[in-house]
Design a protein around this ligand. Structure first.
Ligand code: SAM
Length: 358
């Protein structure tokens, strides 16, 4: 039997996205059918215990099956960019609630696949995409042109939006933020939409008609995007990792083990309350860090902590708050942005449960 063709793979991917409820709007279904993902992902990197393998056209069917599966694919060897899982992309695009004719600003061009979907749906002259990485921008432009789209693609820091191009109807980001940049609100028309990863969730906001504020909610889908580099904590230094692995500090029995940090629903609250905390597993040991040099090591029911702040004390306190609130999932939270004041509410409460720090 012959291998399936790329269009057969594409058709199956779209049918699966419709079946799982990620693609509902027929106009988005048509856009997904029209854009061949393999043109934007000529290779991806598979990481396993043997290390990193590049999977490209030479792998034939394995490459196409990977490209048209609903997973996020690492597309650069140094993991600085990736192609978002199609179902998450579809849910985020649908959350923009576009009618046609809108001008959209995308932050995080990456492979250009999502830029192509927007161009197919709205017309490329309605789409601007920004990525901080000039090499990725050049590559995405080339792929977009080859696929027949020529949107404006700019190498710049997306935290500043696109200050030179007037007002947009919507902003969509595909990198993780810890707060909403005021620049995006300044460049958005009244009632315009922002859809962006925030912590480990996706925030869907509408700009209010009065002033430069916005209100919104979170999608129920979890989202683990790579951070907007502008807001990201610096890379972990080897010295800090060694200190966390072997250093002495304050040791006590832990109340909760490292698994709370990988609980999908808890993680949303833990990341919102402690956006700077970064996990790492080194030699099988669970470590947690802050960029100020604080660290925690969890071994045999004990936590050892060092540095200026107590990382695991803070994570346990946030987890206790989340348990006491009845373990709410992402869609039970709301977000209100009013200038630098960015507040998270739970349910119908008018008292914020959290103020995000810019
Ligand atoms: C998950 S990838 C984007 C996936 C993309 N939408 C696709 O379909 O391939 C995240 C991208 O955000 C970009 N990025 C990170 N920090 C940024 C910033 N400050 N401004 C603009 N882009 C940024 C990265 O270079 C990376 O390409």
């Amino acid at each position: 039997m012959s291998e399936p063709t790329s269009s057969e793979y594409l058709g199956k991917m779209v049918a699966d996205l419709v079946a799982c409820g990620a693609l509902v709007d027929q106009r988005w279904q048509a856009a997904f059918m029209a854009v061949p993902r393999h043109l934007f992902v000529p290779r991806f990197y598979r990481n396993d215990q043997q290390g990193s393998t590049v999977v490209d056209e030479a792998f034939g069917d394995e490459w196409l099956a990977g490209v048209y599966s609903d997973v996020h694919l690492v597309t650069t060897e140094d993991v600085r960019s990736s192609s978002t899982a199609p179902s998450l992309m579809a849910r985020m695009l649908e959350a923009l609630e576009l009618e046609g004719g809108e001008r959209v600003l995308e932050i995080g061009t990456g492979t250009g696949y999502n830029t192509a979907l927007l161009s197919e749906r709205l017309g490329a002259d309605h789409v601007t995409s920004v990525d901080i990485d000039p090499d990725l921008v050049a590559q995405a432009k080339e792929r977009l042109n080859r696929a027949g789209y020529s949107p404006r693609v700019v190498a710049a820091d997306g935290a500043d939006g696109d200050p030179d191009a007037g007002v947009y109807d919507a902003v969509i980001a595909t990198c993780r933020l810890d707060y909403i940049p005021q620049a995006w609100l300044n460049q958005l028309r009244s009632n315009g939409a922002i859809v962006t990863p925030l912590g480990a969730g996706v925030a869907v906001l509408r700009k209010t008609s009065a002033g430069d504020g916005a209100t919104g909610r979170f999608l129920s889908a979890s989202a683990y995007f790579m951070p907007l580099r502008h807001q990201a904590a610096p890379a972990l230094a080897g010295d800090l990792i060694r200190l966390a692995l072997h250093g002495s500090g304050d040791t006590r029995p832990y109340k909760f083990g490292a698994s709370i940090h990988s609980d999908n629903e808890a993680r949303f609250w833990l990341d919102l309350t402690n956006p700077e905390v970064r996990p790492a597993t080194v030699d099988g040991v669970s470590l947690f860090f802050r960029p100020d040099g604080s660290w925690a090591r969890l071994v045999d029911d004990q936590v050892t902590q060092g540095g200026p702040s107590k990382v695991w004390d803070d994570i346990e306190a946030a987890y206790t708050t989340w348990l006491a609130a009845g373990r709410p999932s992402r869609e039970h939270y709301r977000l209100t942005v009013s200038g630098p004041q960015q507040e998270v509410f739970l349910g119908d409460s008018t008292e914020p449960v959290l103020r995000l720090k810019a």
